[in-house]
Design a protein around this ligand. Structure first.
Ligand code: CO8
Length: 373
């Protein structure tokens, strides 16, 4: 078995931000339009009026202050409330692959590697732009990488689940250098007209280079000590969009064809699952939670991360031990813990231990224990 390192990371950050104030203004304008349109039915008691959103609620309930998006005008148009992307011809690179190539180039440069050094590409993300050809194969071709590629989806845990596949491929000798890439265009599958969740997500792409330690030449290397994945079925986070919709004669714009969740239940059920998962994984490596220098947690909700860190080390999220990026990026599905790792690791010293952990729909939880070399 070979030792395996993460030797480079990359981040594609979309060009537009939407502040909570902008988001709430657009949402409330949509609510007013809808209520005016259905005024008679509302007055007759046949329909409930829609209710305004508020910046105070969003910041208190989630910790999110803004999000990056690839397209802003469509989202903020109260007569539309979703992004406006142009359909691309088959001979043009897809939007998912385009942002992936950008993040991948940064990760390659950080690792001191050429695209031709890559012999596997795992495109792991909460939603895929199309069924086939795989985005991973498109990214492989656009970069000029070798080997093979495939797409995989485990919702918010896609990145950690892909890291385990990369770890296994490299340590077994099947691959030398794997690109794990997480293009998350959440704006296209968020229901921006739903007050309960319209503030939750943002767009981004992260990239990781996972390679054999004896072949790594980059300045910043993180040995992967172990990975642990778990799933447990739950309907509390769900999206019924899929290739069967047409054959089922279902409405492609129906509410269940975009992200929906029972946020309170998710919060309550996932926090103990994630904390116990991390603790058990560390125990397998004879480590105590307090011996971990940094936790790069999934970035869905400030309160969830506070509770997990309190359970693990009696500490606080948003501190040195568990940095937050969700205030700036919102929930970026599988990319959140990787953005935290990308942004907040330069100050750690050789020998320091860290844990990357994701949790989300499925339910799914994935943890990766790393040591700075
Ligand atoms: N403005 C003002 N008030 C509001 C708003 C709003 N926007 N929304 C709700 N309220 C009100 C409610 O009406 C309610 O009022 P009342 O008490 O009078 O009934 C009150 O605020 C409280 O509402 P909630 O109980 O819903 O609020 P919470 O405190 O639970 O906070 C959260 C809501 C922030 C959603 C919280 O529950 C949470 O973050 N839960 C965890 C969510 C989570 O981590 N989900 C993970 C899903 S991500 C994943 O796995 C990937 C999926 C694939 C990606 C898809 C991309 C699109």
């Amino acid at each position: 078995m070979h030792s395996v390192v993460i030797s480079g990371t990359g981040l594609y950050q979309p060009p537009h931000t939407i502040s909570n104030a902008e988001l709430v203004q657009a949402f409330n304008a949509y609510v007013d339009l809808q209520n005016a349109r259905h005024a008679e039915a509302i007055a007759a008691g046949q329909r409930q009026p829609l209710v305004h959103s508020s910046v105070e609620f969003i910041e208190k309930a989630s910790g999110i202050k803004q999000r990056y998006v690839l397209e802003k005008d469509g989202v903020l148009d109260p007569t539309r409330m979703y992004p406006r992307f142009k359909e691309r011809p088959d001979d043009q690179i897809s939007l998912m692959a385009e942002i992936a190539v950008d993040a991948a180039r940064e990760a390659l440069a950080a690792a001191g590697k050429q695209a031709s050094d890559i012999d596997a590409v795992f495109c792991a993300s909460a939603n895929m732009q199309r069924a086939y050809p795989a985005m991973a194969v498109e990214i492989q071709q656009a970069l000029g990488a070798g080997g093979y590629g495939f797409d995989m989806n485990v919702a918010c845990s896609s990145a950690t689940f892909a890291l385990e596949q990369a770890f296994n491929a490299v340590r077994s000798g099947a691959s030398k250098c794997v690109l794990v890439i997480n293009p998350e265009i959440t704006s296209a599958h968020l229901e921006w007209r739903d007050r309960d969740c319209h503030f939750i997500f943002g767009d981004v792409c992260t990239a990781l280079i996972v390679e054999r330690a004896d072949l790594a030449t980059g300045q910043d290397q993180w040995e992967i000590l172990g990975t642990q994945l778990a799933t447990q079925f739950s309907n509390n986070i769900r999206n019924n969009f899929g290739f069967m919709n047409r054959a089922e004669d279902s409405d492609p714009l129906a509410r269940d064809k975009t992200f929906r969740q029972e946020g309170r239940k998710v919060f309550k059920e996932v926090v103990p699952i994630a904390a116990a998962h991390i603790e058990a994984h560390l125990a397998k490596h004879d480590c105590q939670p307090a011996g971990v220098r940094r936790y790069w947690l999934h970035q869905a909700n400030l309160g969830m991360n506070q509770l997990i860190i309190k359970k693990l080390v009696a500490g606080e999220a948003g501190s040195d031990v568990a940095p937050l990026i969700l205030d700036e990026f919102a929930n970026t599905a599988s990319a959140g813990s990787i953005i935290a790792f990308h942004r907040h690791r330069a100050d750690l010293a050789a020998g320091d231990l860290g844990v990357i952990c994701s949790f989300g729909a499925g339910y799914s939880v994935g943890s990766v224990i790393v040591k700075k070399r």
